[in-house]
Design a protein around this ligand. Sequence first.
Ligand SMILES: N[C@@H](CCC(=O)N[C@@H](CS)C(=O)NCC(=O)O)C(=O)O
Length: 202
Amino acid sequence: MKLYDAPFAPSPRRVRMFLAEKGISVPTETVDIAAGETQTPAFARINPVGELPVLELDDGTRLTESLAICRYFEALHPTPPLMGTSAAERAQLEALALQIMFRIYVPTTQAFRHGHRFWEGRITQVPAYAELARAQVLAEWQRIDGLLADREFLGGAQFSYVDIVAYTTLDFGKPSGIRVLAEQTRLARWQAAIAARPSAKA
Ligand SMILES: N[C@@H](CCC(=O)N[C@@H](CS)C(=O)NCC(=O)O)C(=O)O
């Protein structure tokens, strides 16, 4: 088994944090996104959509999408549970994870791609789109700050993969100037708690 990985990218990091929380070690192979390695014909044979992470199993099966890879490991290693235990809890956590992916992660990538110097010359940048995406992301973090009023972790009393999805997304906002605001004390408290977990270094 091996995980196609990239050190600074948030999506492979989601899987690395998840594995660290489970105490599972998986060999990795680094793919250089900055050098365009994810966009080569060779990598298209590994993942046709040109994205990391990819988990390659010993029989050659390849799994893509960070959350699907997490679900694979959750099924094989249910303890500690990170994706809920009852049917309702699993559905509630998945709803939150999907909201964060669509409503925060995706616009955070757009703010980065259309607003950061790294992408200059690599794609056609539309700076106004970066600003719109950034505004959406900031509004969503404000909403999450409110959500944390009655709970320790995003899914409730227990740490879950939703915290991993959110934490890696918040960190990924830094190059685009997306940060916790001074008045967002609940978000700051939650961020510090997740940062203190050993898995945050994965
Ligand atoms: N929905 C995907 C998102 C994956 C994704 O955005 N991967 C980025 C790194 S964080 C990537 O591999 N980008 C390669 C590229 O842009 O060439 C998942 O969660 O697996």
